[in-house]
Design a binder for this molecule. Structure first.
Ligand code: COI
Length: 355
């Protein structure tokens, strides 16, 4: 197959021997934006369906100051990784899951959404066009960021008259500046991320800026990230600012049940399946903040974050440190996930989409 969009023709033959950009320092990737060459855009009007998208050089997009996304936050984001496997094979991890999540979010925010096929094809197109920015095996990934935005101008509060689906990408390494060192989390009990009946369970862009203040407070005290509590009781843990949370106690892994205020991460879902395969009992349930006191291990998961071990959690000025000796459950699970992603472990569930 070949892709013809806005003058960029990419033939699948060209990447039989995939190459990455040789003139780039792949050893020091963090999570800073390094825009890959091409972006993707597809538009539609209210009441219609998306039809044709196109690639163009990465650059700014033009918006009316009255665009719904700017005034009322009508927008969704996604995150997907493209990786280079051990044999050089390029692949995406479960992109159809992101497509479906975007459709659910679009329904919640009264927006039209690309079909699963359109979404996955567009993500493939972006990954292929930007393949020189997919890092060498083991050095990171190409983080692909789809957005669905209400871009039409409208003054009153109502769904936008026009929508734009945009995708851009950036090579990334570790999300946290600590690298792979264990995270020190701070339990936030004043500000909340989401409340019942809100949009906490979908990837609305408006879920993220309310986190900033709590995150800033925690960072300024030297913590890596914030752990949010449920807004009704301040009793149950929900998630960190950009990742889901898990606790381990005596071979049982528990993670907050997705009851409407928690983002259902694709890494979360995958880790639950991997853990069950490896013989762990995994419970999705309400996890009380006081359970953190005697957990054997705590870790967080996310597309951007991967699987991150938690070294300590501080709640109301009491710090609990976790034992980091020996093989951690989180390491075992992450190795299994990375093994599948790099093609070293059999992909029994069809999670890998080769590109
Ligand atoms: C991801 O993990 O892909 C996310 O969207 C989190 C984001 C805040 C970096």
């Amino acid at each position: 197959s070949s892709y013809h969009t806005s003058g960029v023709a990419v033939s699948s033959k060209e990447f039989e021997q995939p190459t990455y950009e040789s003139d780039f320092d792949w050893d020091n990737l963090g999570f800073d934006l390094k825009p890959a060459d091409y972006m993707y855009t597809m538009k539609c009007s209210e009441g219609e369906n998306f039809t044709h998208g196109r690639l163009s050089r990465y650059g700014n997009i033009e918006l009316s100051p009255a665009a719904s996304v700017l005034n009322y936050g009508q927008g969704l984001l996604e995150g997907i990784k493209a990786l280079r496997g051990e044999n050089g094979q390029l692949c995406l991890f479960r992109p159809e899951q992101n497509a479906v999540r975007m459709q659910i979010g679009a329904e919640r925010l009264c927006m039209p959404a690309p079909s699963t096929e359109q979404f996955v094809d567009a993500v493939k197109e972006i990954a292929v066009a930007n393949r020189r920015w997919i890092p060498p095996t083991g050095k990171g990934s190409l983080y692909i960021r789809p957005l669905l935005l209400g871009c039409g101008a409208r003054l009153g509060l109502a769904p936008s008259p026009e929508y734009t689906f945009v995708i851009y990408a950036s090579p990334v390494g570790n999300y946290f500046k600590e690298g792979v060192a264990p995270l020190n989390l701070y339990v936030e009990d004043e500000y909340h991320r989401a409340s019942r009946g809100g949009a906490g369970c979908v990837k609305a862009i408006t879920n993220y800026s309310p986190v900033l203040k709590a995150q800033a407070k925690a960072k300024c005290r030297g913590f890596s990230d914030v752990l949010f509590l449920d807004s009704s009781n301040k009793t149950y843990i929900e998630e960190a600012s950009s990742s889901n949370i898990f606790i381990v106690k005596d071979n049982v892994i528990s993670t907050p049940a997705p009851t409407g205020t928690i983002l259902e991460g694709i890494t979360r879902k995958s880790i639950i399946e991997i853990a069950r395969d490896l013989g762990y009992q995994v419970d999705e349930r309400g996890v009380r903040v006081d359970e953190l006191d005697d957990a054997d291990e705590v870790f967080s998961t996310g597309t951007a974050v991967g699987v991150a071990a938690v070294g300590s959690i501080t709640y109301r000025d009491k710090r609990v440190n976790y034992n980091m000796d020996g093989q951690l459950v989180s390491q075992k699970l992450y190795s299994a996930l990375v093994g599948i992603q790099r093609g070293a472990v059999e992909d029994k569930r069809g999670w890998i989409v080769k590109i």
